[in-house]
Design a binder for this molecule. Structure first.
Ligand code: FAD
Length: 500
């Protein structure tokens, strides 16, 4: 490769979570060879509601070389062991999607097959007996896997955090590694003859030239859509929600080490406990509830928790950009699309989009085959997340509102339909390529939403069942003793939550 073809200047446009994740990852990986600028508007606020994550965030912090405890302290973070879903299958029903293993493989069979057999035999096999994350979450306990007691070493967790504080933390990290931050409003661009973006032009009068632009401008997609008009694939027919209202409320003890997602008449509500406060919100369909109805419903569910902010309304269209990378622009975060926050995937998709960009890092010739491969990889990942989200809706048995009746009628993407059919017939689940969620995530949601397989893996019958029952009893004792030994989640935080 000719050295003068190397990318030398990168401009990240947008200073929300996506912009600062991009800037910090780029600074970490190519900061020595490229100049990196981040432009953020002093006038356009960030979306500020992305507060729950999946375990990939822990890997991302490791990739940056950031000390996890320091990060958690600065972003008012708490631990997330999974999501508790209330009222999704029917009102009064609840299930868990935890992170982390479910039992252990027995004679090569995933434990859920063994578990299906045990259930069929009428054994007492509650999920929490075999999944440490659920068992801990139910008792508000937690312990880091590298603890001195030598317990919970397989515990998988993610974080809840304050999005504004995360941007601030990653900004300090990035600036320390040489990223230059500009407070400007982008008002236009200049393009070269081949359509590549040459410069962004600022309302303030100056401009910034770069070889590669990362569009992190949120829903507006200033470069990827505003300039390059790549187009948008609308998934509203598959996932009907298109609005959210968010309200922050006073913190409460105990701080739960999990996210709660409660199904409501026209969507669902989140509850994300941070150290200093709780984030709540209602994701809903404007066809089935007005903004006023949504906010009243949300306020009605707060119990004795006092709001500390006014309601904030957000409009969106579920879907993705037709292309995530076009010419010399790569879109990340909300600029690249949005699949609702039910499984907290958006921030993860920023990180994985960033890793994919590093795997496909271009030179100034921007090889179309490289770009096409990037797009295919990321599109694949988005579509798998979309299907996993649809699974939560299409399997409901609720018919108490027009909204839920509509969810039961969703016309499923073919791959999702096949996965559900295979599970129902055989109990089998296979993870797809470029898929964030592993087989166990699919298992927890399929089982949680009441899908019951007609059979289990016949190879399970080849194992000595008396021995298997002993192994199961030992697993159960082991989990119970680890939960007993673990401290409370709250014991990790020195201060009480904020009270008015
Ligand atoms: P934004 O935060 O909107 O930032 C856009 C940036 O672009 C801003 O800095 C703005 O100033 C700048 N900008 C825009 N126009 C210009 C211009 N002309 N000139 C200069 N700068 C400009 N994700 C999760 O992972 N977990 C969750 O629990 C979660 N919950 C969510 C709940 C809701 C209701 C919504 C809508 C999203 C949620 N998300 C969640 C998604 C998450 O919030 C976003 O993925 C994340 O915050 C990244 O946003 P962003 O940086 O792409 O955009």
């Amino acid at each position: 490769m000719q050295s003068d073809h190397r990318i030398q200047r990168i401009a990240v446009i947008g200073g929300g979570t996506a912009g600062w994740i991009a800037a910090s990852a780029l600074a970490r990986k190519v900061g020595r060879t490229c100049s990196i600028h981040l432009v953020e508007s002093p006038d356009i606020p960030t979306i500020g509601v992305g507060e729950a994550t999946i375990p990939g965030i822990i890997d991302f912090l490791k990739f940056l070389g950031v000390d996890q405890s320091d990060f958690i302290e600065h972003v008012q973070g708490t631990i997330k062991l999974g999501i508790r879903f209330n009222d999704w299958h029917h009102i009064g029903h609840r299930y868990w999607h935890p992170f982390g293993p479910f039992g252990v493989f027995i004679d090569r069979a995933p434990f859920y097959h063994v578990w299906h057999k045990a259930r069929a035999q009428g054994l007492d096999v509650d999920l929490s007996h075999f999944n440490l994350e659920i068992a801990m979450a139910e008792q508000n306990k937690f312990i880091y896997p590298d603890n001195k007691l030598g317990i919970a070493q397989t515990l998988r967790y993610a974080l809840h955090f304050d999005a504004g504080l995360v941007a601030k933390y990653l900004r300090a990290y990035s600036e320390h590694l040489g990223v230059v931050r500009l407070e400007r409003n982008v008002s236009g661009v200049t393009q070269r003859a081949d359509g590549m973006i040459d410069e962004v032009v600022f309302k303030e009068g100056d401009r910034l030239q770069a070889d590669l632009f990362i569009d992190c401008t949120g829903f507006r997609g200033l470069l990827i859509e505003g300039t390059l008009k790549t187009g948008y694939v609308d998934w509203t027919p598959l996932i009907p929600n298109n609005r959210a209202v968010a309200i922050q409320v006073e913190g409460q003890l105990p701080r739960r080490p999990f996210t709660t997602a409660t199904a409501r008449p026209a969507g669902w509500q989140w509850r994300i406990p941070l150290q200093h406060r709780i984030g709540t919100g209602y994701v809903y369909s404007s066809e089935h509830a007005t903004d006023e109805e949504a906010v009243q419903d949300l306020l009605g569910q707060l119990g004795d928790a006092k709001p500390i902010t006014d309601p904030r309304f957000i409009k969106y269209v579920t879907g993705r950009r037709r292309l995530f990378w076009h010419k010399n622009v790569v879109a990340l975060g909300l600029a690249s699309g949005f699949i609702e926050p039910l499984e907290s995937t958006s921030i993860h998709l920023v990180c994985s989009g960033m890793y994919a960009l590093l795997d496909h890092f271009p030179d100034k010739q921007f090889d179309p085959a490289n770009i096409e491969h990037y797009n295919r990889t990321v599109i694949d990942e988005y579509e798998k997340v979309r299907d996993f989200i649809i699974l939560h809706y299409c399997t409901t048995e609720r018919d108490d509102t027009e909204y839920w009746r509509r969810c039961r009628q969703i016309e499923l993407p073919e791959d999702l339909r096949e996965r559900i059919d295979l599970y129902k017939r055989t109990g089998r689940i296979f993870q797809r390529r470029h898929e964030v969620f592993v087989e166990l995530s699919w298992f927890f949601v399929m089982h949680g939403m009441g899908l019951a397989p007609q059979s289990y893996d016949p190879l399970v019958d080849g194992s000595n069942w008396e021995e298997v029952k002993k192994v199961m009893a030992a697993m159960r004792r082991n989990i119970a003793s680890q939960v007993d030994a673990a401290p409370t989640h709250d014991s990790f935080f020195p201060d009480k939550p904020r009270q008015s």
